[in-house]
Design a protein around this ligand. Sequence first.
Ligand code: 5GP
Ligand code: ZN
Length: 115
Amino acid sequence: MSSMEKCVFCRIGANELPVELVFENDEFVAFRDIKPVAPVHVILISRKHFSTWMDISDSGILGRALSGVQEVAKSLNLADDGFRTVINCKGNGGQTVYHFHIHILGGRFMSWPPG
Ligand code: 5GP
Ligand code: ZN
């Protein structure tokens, strides 16, 4: 991708694409996944572009992202029954969108291990 183009999550982070918003602050946006695999499937992104979470050297960003996950879990009433948090990383991790994001999955039992 050239530096002129924005990736799809950069566009969502800049409020340029319509999403079903769940949570936002200066740094992060959380919205419903377009192809949900669970009754609750939310994606939390940083507004700033990092291709993968391995490209984030600031542990503060990673910590605040996880605090954002807690906010989402509380606001969607996932905290009592539990939920699954996933960060897919690169090829073997099954990452398809190369902009750092965290999946928040809930509303049903999540089996283990992943396929
Ligand atoms: P990954 O496989 O990279 O971990 O997950 C990317 C996720 O983003 C997928 O679950 C996919 O359905 C979701 N997604 C991709 N593009 C869009 C979009 O434009 N809008 C929304 N709401 N979700 C998207
Ligand atoms: Zn991006």
